[in-house]
Design a protein around this ligand. Structure first.
Ligand SMILES: Cc1cc2nc3c(=O)[nH]c(=O)nc-3n(C[C@H](O)[C@H](O)[C@H](O)COP(=O)(O)OP(=O)(O)OC[C@H]3O[C@@H](n4cnc5c(N)ncnc54)[C@H](O)[C@@H]3O)c2cc1C
Length: 403
């Protein structure tokens, strides 16, 4: 395995890179350097998490002890205290060694950044270390049957009872609600008349009496999300993030992180370039070119777009470090990353032919290709639809006049 050495490293950063590489080589179990074979290999953590292997448990523990499940979070909240440049080096070295992510988590991708900005000191100290160690798994209670793209139309009610609220209503499409320990949830606390200013952002334990979940079965045969019902759920006011009625600001900020994270799927591709994967499926001619000329052209176009997207992500990262990134750019990343990932899996299915449609056989790893392809259809809906992202880009980035 060759390492991509960044020749622009300063002396200090070269030393950090060398130490990081040595630590990863010594501490990442060999099994955790294999590409994930299916969703079952992903570690989500949480109170009820059952590790699929000793190596998965060890990898999470070792990374969490170092604060490297959340490298840039401050140390006092369970993070690694790394600078953005150091975190980039860590990510590069993990990629070079093929290390799996030790922990996938809505707490890391969404709630943590929002708590850092809007949470009280007590909320940060209570929740962030547990997120970093993978002890508490979170779900997101935003969407409702009548509030999706028009999220501010949400109707779940939080009635003020002095030191606590009583929450009543329904959420929908709540990913992993049946597996999560806690929820970050948007509720209407200030009356229906004030659309955006009447919303609060609250946290509560999914084991609180009055919370029930009902999984929704999808075309992929899985149930990754639920309808979630609240019937007189008691939520202490200490679990209100930001001001009462100020939840919309927290919600929007969190969404920019969610959109960046989802956009990243455009870059988090397959373990090998798509062209190489396709070559293994359709074969190559005498000069080593993909046997199927049409597919070859489509994959070439895809790989150019993928490289351009990677460069755009990199540029965004640099601008964000310099605090010059456009606040709405996460919509552009989300839009393009989601569309790229959908194209990637359309092309994989085309390369796989009828074999890729196999649904249950062990040979097809229980239909992994087809199920993943179907799952990608949701990429342009979750976290805000592609149409909504295009609206944001038109209005806020291109500053086009409204219709
Ligand atoms: C895989 C997946 C996971 C999800 N996980 C969660 C979760 O964990 N928590 C959670 O709260 N939600 C979750 N969602 C819900 C998701 O956020 C919503 O589905 C999404 O915001 C769209 O809302 P909607 O489904 O109500 O569609 P609608 O808002 O009803 O939209 C229907 C159609 O109309 C279009 N449309 C709507 N308004 C406009 C407009 N102004 N301009 C142009 N077109 C428009 C949309 O683009 C879409 O095509 C998840 C969704 C998916 C697919």
């Amino acid at each position: 395995m060759t390492h991509a050495i960044d020749t622009t490293d300063s002396t200090e950063m070269s030393a950090f890179r060398a130490d990081t590489r040595a630590w990863l080589a010594a501490h990442c179990p060999v099994e955790m350097r294999e590409p994930m074979r299916s969703e079952e290999d992903v570690c989500w953590g949480g109170r009820d998490w059952v590790f699929v292997s000793a190596a998965q448990r060890q990898w999470l523990q070792r990374m969490a002890e170092r604060g490297w499940t959340v490298p840039t979070w401050p140390r006092e909240y369970g993070g690694g205290g790394l600078s953005a440049d150091e975190a980039k080096v860590l990510a590069q070295e993990m990629r070079a060694l093929g290390c799996r992510s030790p922990l996938n988590s809505f707490g890391i991708w969404m709630l943590g950044p929002a708590l850092l900005k809007f949470g009280t000191e007590a909320q940060k100290r209570e929740h962030m270390p547990k997120i970093a160690r993978g002890e508490i798994r979170w779900c997101q209670g935003y969407s409702e049957p009548n509030a999706g793209s028009d999220l501010a139309a949400l109707a779940t009610r939080a009635d003020d009872h002095g030191d606590h609220y009583l929450v009543n209503g329904q959420k929908i499409w709540t990913s992993y609600a049946d597996k999560a320990d806690w929820i970050f949830c948007l509720v209407r606390s200030e009356g229906a008349a004030k659309k955006h200013t009447g919303i609060s952002f609250v946290l509560f334990d999914m084991a609180t009496p009055g919370v029930t979940t009902k999984p929704i079965l999808l075309i992929s045969g899985k149930s990754p999300f639920c309808e979630t019902f609240f019937d007189n759920v008691r939520v202490e006011k200490s679990n209100l993030v930001g001001k009462a009625g100020g939840g919309w600001d927290v919600a929007k900020y969190l969404l920019t992180h969610e959109r960046e994270m989802i956009g990243g799927i455009g870059d988090r591709g397959l373990p090998k370039p798509l062209g190489q994967v396709a070559a293994g499926l359709v074969g190559t001619d005498a000069s080593g070119r993909l046997n199927d000329a049409l597919l070859r052209a489509q994959i070439a176009e895809f790989e150019v777009d993928e490289a351009a997207f990677r460069a755009t992500m990199e540029r965004f990262g640099e601008l964000a470090k310099a605090r010059q990134a456009h606040p709405a750019f996460s919509s552009a990343l989300k839009y393009y990353g989601a569309e790229l990932n959908k194209r990637r899996h359309e092309l994989l299915m085309a390369a796989g032919g009828s074999d890729a449609l196999e649904w249950e056989s062990p040979r097809s790893k229980q239909g992994a290709a087809a199920r993943t392809w179907l799952r990608t259809k949701g990429n342009s809906i979750e976290g805000g639809t592609s149409e909504v992202q295009l609206n944001v880009i038109a209005k806020r980035i291109l500053e086009l006049p409204g219709a």
